[in-house]
Structure formats: C-alpha cells, structure tokens
Design a protein around this ligand. Structure first.
Ligand code: UD1
Ligand code: CA
Length: 454
C-alpha cells in the first residue's frame, strides 16, 4: 500500500441538526479529541499523504481544527448540501491531481481504524474501481443496502429508494468508500440526482462503475468501525466505547486501574508501567504519568506531567503546565497550574501553586497560596530547593524564596527572601494573662450568644 499514492476526502459539511448544538457536529469530542481529529489521525496513520476536508459554509472553526490536527490539510467549502457525491466534488481540484487511490471518509465516523482503511484500499491495488465498507448493523434502518447479484456487488440502494425486498437486505453501506484515482472523476461526474431526495448520492458510484465495465467490491467490517454519530445519545455511547478501549489498552500496558469503569481517559493520555490509578480519576488532554506514580481517588488532571513515583491526591487538581518531578507529593485539595515542582518536593494539603517553580525537596505547608494574579496580570513565584513554607502563608508574586529559606506560618510574603533566611511576616501575638476568665465572667458573653459552657 505504501507505494500507492492516496488522497483522503473527509466529508464534514453536514449541519448535524440532530445534535441540537451550536457547535458543528464534527467538533464534538470523544475521549478528549474532536470527531474530526479522530478521523484525520486515523487517515494520517494509514499513510495517506494528502487530505481534503469538505466543510459547510461559515464553518471556519472546522477548518481551523482540521489545520490544527494536520497542517497540510486543504479545506473545501460545499456551499449547498446536495448529497455525498456533490460533497466529494467540492474537492474537485484535489481530485484532479493524479493519485492512485481516493478514500472518502465521514467526519462523524470516529472509530475508523488505519488497518480498516488499508483493507478497503487493497482491492484497488488488485484492479477494482470502487470498494465499499460494508457491515451488518444490529438495526439496519436508514442505511444504504448492498445489492449483490451472482456474488458481485452491483448497486447500493438508499432506504428511501429501496423496494421491500431490497430493504430486507442485511448487508449495509458503512459510508466509507475507496475509488481508483484513474476513474474517480469520470464516475463522480456521471452521478445524477434522480432519486427520492433529489441528492447526488455517492453510493451510485457502484452502479456507474459497473456500467463502465469496472469492478466494485464490498469489504465487510464490524459495526463499531463504521459507527456514525448523529445525536448526543450516540455521542455518549461512542464515548463509552472509546473509554472501554482506552482502559483496556492501559491495563494491557501494565497500568493498575483499581476500578477501571470509574476512570476517564483521553485518547492521548500516557500512563507508565506500574502506575496506579485509584477509583474516580479524570484525565483531560495531554497528560503523562511516569512509571510507578500513584493517582489517588477523585483527582482531575489536565495538561500535566507527573514524574516517576510521584503521588497525587486524593482530591487534587493538576491543571495545564504542571510538571511534577520524581517522587513529588501533591496531597488533598491542592491545585497546581503552570508550575514545575522538582523532585522530592511536597505540597501536601489545601494549597494553590500557580505560575511557580518549587525547588527539589522543598516543603510547602498546608494552606499556602501563591497570589499570582493582581487583577490584571499573572506573576511568578519561585521557591528554592529545600525551602520550607509554613502553613497558611500567602506568597504575593512576583516573589522569590531562596533555597533553604524558612517562612514562618501565617506569613504574607511580599518581598524576596534570601537563601537560608528566616522570614516572618505576620501580626505580632498579644497575650493578656487571665483576660479570658474575666471575659467569661461578663454577663453578655456565654449564655446569650450561646458560647460553649466551661
Ligand atoms: C450515507 C450513505 C448510506 C450509508 C450511510 C452510512 C449516501 C447517499 N448514503 O447515508 O448509504 O449507509 O451514509 O452512515 O451516501 N455530507 C456532506 N454534504 C452533503 C451530504 C452529506 O458533507 O451534501 C456528509 C455528512 O456531513 C456526513 C456524510 O456526508 O458526514 C454522510 O451524510 P449523511 O447525510 O449522514 O448520509 P446518510 O443519509 O446517513
Ligand atoms: Ca449519517
């Protein structure tokens, strides 16, 4: 397959009305990645060199996503939605370039696998002009039916145009099709709109090819491979399928998932060996967890890199730009954002560490807050190696705490603290001997206000 050039045409001009959403259908996500990105990545992995995406008018956000996922993608606008063949022809200038194979895929069919695309293209290498992905759906309503005569694929009939006997056919069109580059334009341009819906059906390519004495074949696959998304319910079902696959892959790779069904992964989540994920953990995009780290229950990670043997949570939130070194400990109710925390450092309880760097083996006490935002701009906090930040301290950024420095608890630090210095920045404690007893003796206190009895 490697020696045959290939163009993929991704159809994404649909309005996706049934999603009932302001967002174009193909931009909805499964496992932290848009439907379109799933398709484009499968196409790229299948070794397809050039990709054209057909979008609807005004769908700039779809074009932007396509370019983000694969920079070389060309986008074509289908101004009127007049059917799948009409949509493919929107990319005419790309079709005109000489390629061996043209694969048409749908932007809303996210589970298409590279291996399946390779199977679909194989008959073209053997001389066929059209290859169609076929499947036997549990519920065949709404799909085009594959009409086979004498063991050969002769036509695809859309449900609206099918006779009663054709409607009973179990083998359906998955929608994904491969066309020989040499014949594709000639076939596509012969497709008309003489059908119930007055649309230009790509499926007519089969009958036309046969009419031209060319061969059309069906390649049968599992239903999941061609599962399309039209509604929010189907999106949720697809998410469940994707999560199941990702969990299985993680387990197979040596990750311990104590309760797999409660862990939510992203397509790009990377978990090392002997990583332990406790129940109820959510991974957003772009998370790497290195070998032997433990993510305790109810933690939420997004754009974070967790180093070897680190411990996170329970109830921790790691936001984008978090980098934890080896053996770092992030405890309960700690939020970290855009911060590098070096090996062996600890932030164990109730803290916010944002726009910061924390040196190796530093200890950030309970309730420490980096005050990184002054209402207009973000500022950085730098904490040196082995520094000790006492509990309930506010570090008002920009500020630097030197290596080995000690900040007394309850401090509000507004100026840099040199290395190995001790900084105390809080109100002085006042003690008045016996004053509490005198206070209690005052009638107004205690009974009326309901203070605890002595
Ligand atoms: C299509 C097939 C049907 C197949 C089914 C599989 C045709 C005529 N029918 O039907 O045989 O069983 O898929 O799911 O091809 N699109 C455009 N522009 C258009 C029309 C469609 O970009 O003018 C895109 C849609 O965004 C979608 C894809 O093409 O991604 C399929 O269109 P859709 O209307 O869903 O086709 P079906 O009626 O489901
Ligand atoms: Ca459809």
């Amino acid at each position: 397959m490697k020696d045959r050039s290939c163009l993929a045409v991704v159809l994404a001009a649909g309005e996706g009305t049934r999603m009932r959403s302001a967002r174009p259908k193909v931009l909805h996500q499964i496992a932290g990645r848009s439907l379109l990105a799933h398709v484009l990545m499968a196409v790229a992995e299948a070794g397809v060199a050039t990709t054209a995406v057909v979008i609807g008018p005004g769908q700039e956000t779809v074009a932007a996503e396509a370019k983000l996922v694969s920079a070389g993608t060309e986008c074509f606008v289908q101004n009127e939605r007049r059917g799948t063949a009409h949509a493919v022809l929107a990319a005419k200038s790309a079709l005109k370039r000489k390629v061996d194979d043209i694969v048409v895929v749908y932007g809303d069919t996210p589970f298409i696998r590279p291996a399946t695309l390779a199977r679909l293209r194989a008959p073209l290498a053997a001389g066929a002009a059209v290859a169609v992905l076929a499947f036997r759906p549990r519920d065949p309503t709404g799909y085009g039916k594959l009409i086979v005569a004498g063991g050969e694929l002769v036509a695809i009939r859309e449900e609206a145009d099918a006779s009663a006997s054709e409607r009973a056919v179990a083998l359906c069109n998955g929608g994904i099709m491969a066309l020989a580059g040499a014949h594709a334009l000639a076939i596509l341009q012969r497709i008309g709109d003489r059908n119930r819906k007055r649309e230009f059906y790509l499926t007519d390519a089969v009958e036309i090819a046969r009419d031209m004495n060319l061969e059309a074949v069906a390649v049968e696959v599992e239903e999941d491979d061609v599962r399309g998304i039209n509604t929010k319910s189907q999106l949720a079902e697809a998410e469940a399928v994707a999560q199941e696959r990702l969990r299985r892959a993680a387990l197979d790779a040596g990750v311990t998932l104590v309760a797999p069904e409660t862990v939510f992964l992203s397509s790009d989540t990377r978990l090392g060996r002997d990583v332990v994920i406790e129940p109820y953990v959510v991974f957003g995009r772009n998370v790497i967890v290195e070998d032997g780290a433990v993510i305790h229950s109810f933690s939420h990670l997004d754009g974070a890199h967790v180093g070897k043997g680190a411990s996170v949570g329970p109830f921790a939130r790691l936001r984008p730009g978090t980098r934890l070194g080896e053996g770092v400990r992030i405890g309960n109710f700690v939020e970290v954002k855009e911060a590098a925390i070096e090996a062996g450092a600890k932030v164990n309880h109730l803290s916010y560490v944002g726009d910061a760097s924390v040196g190796a083996n530093a200890n950030v006490g309970a309730g420490t807050i980096t005050c990184n935002y002054d209402g207009r701009e973000k500022h950085r906090t730098v904490i040196g190696a082995k520094a000790f930040i006492g509990s309930n301290s506010a570090l008002v950024a920009p500020v630097e705490i030197g290596a080995g420095a000690y900040v007394g608890s309850g401090s509000v630090i507004t100026e840099n603290v040199p290395a190995n210095a001790l900084a105390l920045a809080r109100g002085r404690q006042v003690v008045k001997e016996g004053a509490a007893t005198r206070l209690r003796a005052l009638k107004s206190i205690g009974k009326k206000k309901g203070h605890p009895r002595d």
